[in-house]
Ligand binder design. Sequence first.
Ligand code: FPP
Length: 252
Amino acid sequence: MPSDSNTCAETGTSEAQALSGPRHVAIIMDGNGRWAQARGRPRLFGHHAGARRVREVVSCCPQLGVKYLTIFAFSTENWKRTQVEVSGLMSLFRRYISKEMKALAARNVRVRFIGDRLRLDDKLVQLMDDLELETAQNDGTHLTIALNYGGRDEVARATRRLAQDVADGSLLPQDVDEETLPRYLDTHVLPDPDLVIRTSGEARISNFLLWQSAYAEYEFIDTLWPDFTAEELGRLCRRFGGRDRRFGAVAT
Ligand code: FPP
């Protein structure tokens, strides 16, 4: 660990290391259920512990040079869980937004949500809108929460809108290229993720940011999400700084 006086005690990262770290980190927060089960507690106990980690991770982003943080909170597939777990998660999201709104706004965090809002209940959607509005002027950390999000669903919804523009005549089929589709994605205002982290030992991406992660670096770590710390994020960001990213080109 560097002994530099500018090293952050919480993350173990110096200012110089923060500059070479990832600008956009995306996280698949997995392992809440197993964490709770290991303690003989219901799965929702793990989700509540996971929500506390979200707070810690968001607050350490500025020290790490992470300008964009995108977290996978609920997938289009998560509706297959029991009704108790789904409604418990929905009420956790409502509580999180109500409780954190002021602190996020005060810490200069800009919050956005991605995913399909149509299946979410009106009260939750209203809170999401409020939080987006309340933090719209902030320019510190850009926190994006993926809620009822699936990468394939996002591409399908984007394609539908793109096809509508072609049908209306505002877009010509021959003008559709690699730059066109991202403009229709939920993430159209965000840069692509540089680093995607999945906790809990599973090595799969589970329909998360499929288009956007084409050139991301991946970290699959064993830690269960409720045990994930700012220090561990710092270690992964420093490791990212040492990687040679060529984007398909040859090293010079
Ligand atoms: C996956 O763990 C986690 C989820 C489906 C929910 C993620 C939600 C949180 C971390 C809660 C807080 C989020 C916000 C934005 C307040 P799992 O339940 O699949 O774990 P398992 O694989 O061990 O069963």
